[in-house]
Design a protein around this ligand. Structure first.
Ligand SMILES: [Zn+2]
Length: 502
């Protein structure tokens, strides 16, 4: 059925209902509950603006070790930043930490105030002098984390929570493996390192984490070095050279034997359990082909030094941490299970985010469809490629339509793009995922496959030089350009979404 025929049918249906209602109204007094409904009109949620920032964070050096008993990270983070205007103060976001010292790298101790809460700008630092706008400043923060990200009792999977979760054997499950994983989205990386923790800033990172043998550390970018220490610990040094946003920084500590693959010279690591390499290999066998497909559809080859998936306990699903996705370990299947089910959807969704969400990022959570709708629709396109057009239409698109129209019918209604919302985490709903995904399908049908691919490529490569130049103007101008493009697309999409949903 085409979109136009649906609109015609809906219009005809609406007219019949309107005639029927007008007959009822003429026959008897208007029911009282109509007025009640008018009285109960919902208020618009509060307006949210893109967060204004006073510094451009350029690079983070995060150095960590862990206290498993206290479920605490002991950290040092060196923040390299430049203020936009002359200043002798700056702020960072740091949640529920104990801040032991703030010092200027190459200088002395700096005065700071910290309330120990989770609000924005709560670590206030006074510099040793006035720094000019654009001048680089390097400051070292020594701290311990205090927030324990326990699993939620309400969900069987444990959920994502905030910051670092320590997984340990329990009385009920003495075989539970020891692991540590992080969750940054939406603004939860402030629970394990201080930084600017909103999506409208890009910076590079280096992470050094020291753990006892035989634990391994997975993080963003390339593994530069594994250093053996005298106390039988190892320090893993990961470096991410392309600038990216704060919530995508990730760490996983686990005992693992990776299943290694290759996509066109780029190594791909699947970090599963040491005794499940056969199952991990079976589950992930299509991953390099998916990377090839998305590279071809977007015209942008997978852009990072490596790709990895780390499979962990008690995770809420998948999280597209840049070049280092974290996945729920229940998605691993053996050959027998794979006859009945697979996890191609989850794997392709998180992989698609490496382009949509990671390479380009929404600069405010009200624009989350730029991440989630695109990843959802790319996931559907992988279904089409792997399992055929009928499966794509029936299993994916039909399910997407039903989800979003179901939300609408239940009275849960919002525009796909909005700055009116109560909670940024509440925006990860059916409008962010299948809603915008359906709109993208409609655009693809209007444009045809060739122009749709060209549009994706244009969106990803609007200012191609900025990614190799992590400067203040580089990342900002790229975001402004992206916003212009999405802004014009958005108006059309919303108009179409409204027509489609009536
Ligand atoms: Zn997603």
């Amino acid at each position: 059925m085409t979109t136009q025929s649906i609109v015609r049918r809906v219009f005809a249906g609406t007219m019949i209902v309107m005639f029927a209602l007008s007959a009822v109204v003429q026959a008897r007094p208007m029911p009282r509950n109509v007025f009640v409904q008018q009285d109960e009109k919902r208020k618009l949620p509060p307006v949210n603006w893109i967060r204004s920032r006073k510094i451009d964070v350029k690079h983070l050096d995060i150095d960590l070790s862990f206290d498993w008993d206290k479920e605490q990270a002991i950290g040092t983070t060196v923040v390299t930043f430049a203020p936009f205007a002359d200043t002798d103060t700056f702020t960072l976001d740091a949640a529920l930490m104990t801040i032991e010292s703030v010092t200027l790298v190459g200088g002395g101790a700096l005065k700071f105030t910290y309330d120990g809460k989770a609000d924005n700008d709560n670590l206030n630092v006074t510099l040793d002098r006035v720094y000019r706008g654009g001048e680089d400043v390097k400051v070292k923060v020594v701290y311990k984390t205090n927030y324990v990200n326990n699993a939620s009792d309400s969900g069987i999977l444990g959920g994502f929570g905030q910051g670092l979760r320590f997984i340990k054997p329990t009385a009920d499950n003495p075989n539970k493996p020891r692991q540590i994983w992080s969750q940054g989205e939406s603004e939860f990386n402030r629970y394990w390192f201080p930084s600017y923790d909103s999506p409208n800033d890009f910076r590079t990172t280096e992470i050094r984490a020291t753990v006892a043998k035989p634990f391994f550390v997975v993080s963003n970018g390339k593994l530069m070095e594994t250093r053996e220490n005298a106390d039988s610990t190892r320090t893993f040094h990961w470096k991410m050279e392309q600038p990216y946003t704060n919530y995508l920084t990730s760490i996983v500590v686990a005992e693992t034997t990776p299943v290694v693959q290759d996509f066109d010279g780029i190594p791909v690591y699947n970090y599963g359990y040491v005794n499940e390499t056969k199952e991990v290999a079976a589950t992930t066998k299509n991953l390099p082909a998916t990377m090839r497909f998305f590279s071809e559809v977007t015209g942008v080859k997978y852009p990072y030094a490596k790709y990895s998936q780390a499979f962990v306990e008690d995770f809420g699903g998948g999280m597209e941490n840049i070049s280092a996705t974290t996945q729920i370990e229940e998605m691993i299947h053996d050959e027998r299970e794979l006859l009945d089910t697979d996890s191609e959807g989850l794997q392709s969704h998180e992989l698609a985010h490496q382009w949509f969400g990671d390479y380009v990022t929404c600069r405010d959570w009200g624009q989350i469809w730029l991440n989630e709708s695109f990843a959802t629709y790319m996931q559907h396109m992988w279904t089409e490629k792997l399992k055929g057009h009928d499966e794509f239409l029936y299993a994916d698109l039909r399910a997407s339509h039903n989800s979003v129209l179901g939300s609408w019918a239940q009275g849960q209604r919002r525009p796909i793009v909005t700055k009116y919302y109560d909670s940024k985490d509440g925006l990860f709903d059916n409008y962010a995922y299948p809603g915008g995904g359906c709109v993208l399908h409609m655009l693809r049908k209007h444009l045809g496959d060739k122009l749709f691919s060209a549009s994706l490529n244009h969106y990803l490569k609007l200012t191609p030089t900025s990614r190799s130049r992590p400067k203040i103007c580089g990342s900002r101008s790229r975001k402004r350009a992206a916003s212009r493009w999405t802004g014009s697309l958005t108006s059309g999409c919303i108009a179409w979404a409204i027509r489609f949903s009536k």
